[in-house]
Design a protein around this ligand. Structure first.
Ligand code: XBP
Ligand code: MG
Length: 239
């Protein structure tokens, strides 16, 4: 049996409920700034989450709703500029302390650190979003607790591709079976499983009805989960 040596956390939906009241309004603020009529309501945004990555999501939406936008010669640049504005709005929300961690996250991270277990992040979101969330919602020096922070465009293919988890495993120098991924979405689970990582899922507001076949365990959140529970969950043999 392989000992659990590292936890690899997803960010959006897992560490914090960032999507509905964080990323979504930040996108809408960027649309307003740019004078675009695009508005993403709660339901629309839930559908758009099928596409991971903010820039990819913007392009996907434009392909379906604003081909004139994409027809402009500088469309790629405009997507980058829009996304940078969205990131600024999102970071301001984090700095204002508007996005707390989900139940159990801070305690479990403290327990893992006390047990000498290594920590890492694997996410599709922008690196600044990760370090700012860790600093504002967890602790001023929390980024340094994570040995590897795999985020954003650092790999060619975002989740559900395994790239970001493989990048993190390489940084940690650990085999997948010595780690446990913590995810909240079907795309995240697919990504982790494609990297052969045992994965525990905590459902989030947008992922309650996702199919999590293959997860070691599916939980409402980490509120009732202690370190010893995670060790047991890691050891469950999947057929
Ligand atoms: C999260 C995402 C991210 C965020 C926005 O997926 O898809 O795109 O919605 O972040 P996961 P950026 O939790 O599976 O990693 O706008 O910075 O890309
Ligand atoms: Mg997620």
């Amino acid at each position: 049996m392989t000992t659990l040596q590292a936890l690899i956390f997803d960010v959006d939906g897992t560490l914090a409920e960032t999507e509905r009241d964080g990323h979504r309004p930040a996108f809408n603020a960027a649309f307003r700034d740019a004078g675009l009529p695009w508005r993403w309501d709660v339901e629309t945004y839930g559908e758009l989450l099928a596409v991971t990555g903010g820039k990819e999501r913007l392009r996907f939406y434009a392909e379906r709703h604003d081909l004139d936008f994409l027809g402009q010669p500088n469309a790629d640049e405009r997507i980058k500029v829009l996304h940078a504005a969205k990131t600024r709005h999102y970071l301001a929300m984090l700095e204002a302390g508007q996005i707390p961690l989900r139940p159990g996250v801070a305690r479990l991270i403290a327990e893992a650190r006390a047990a000498g277990v290594r920590l890492a992040i694997a996410t599709t979101t922008t690196p600044d979003n990760v370090t700012t969330l860790l600093r504002t919602a967890l602790a001023p020096d929390a980024s340094a607790w994570f040995e590897a922070i795999g985020a954003g465009d650092i790999v060619p293919h975002k989740k559900p591709a395994p790239d970001i988890y493989l990048w993190v495993l390489d940084r940690l120098g650990l085999p997948a079976e010595a780690c446990l991924a913590i995810e909240d979405s079907a795309n995240g689970l697919k990504s982790a499983m494609a990297a052969r990582l045992p994965t525990v899922v905590t459902r989030s507001v947008y992922t309650a009805d996702h199919d999590f076949t293959g997860a070691q365990a599916v939980l409402p959140d980490l509120g009732q989960v202690g370190w010893s529970d995670l060790v047991l969950i890691h050891q469950i043999k999947k057929s």
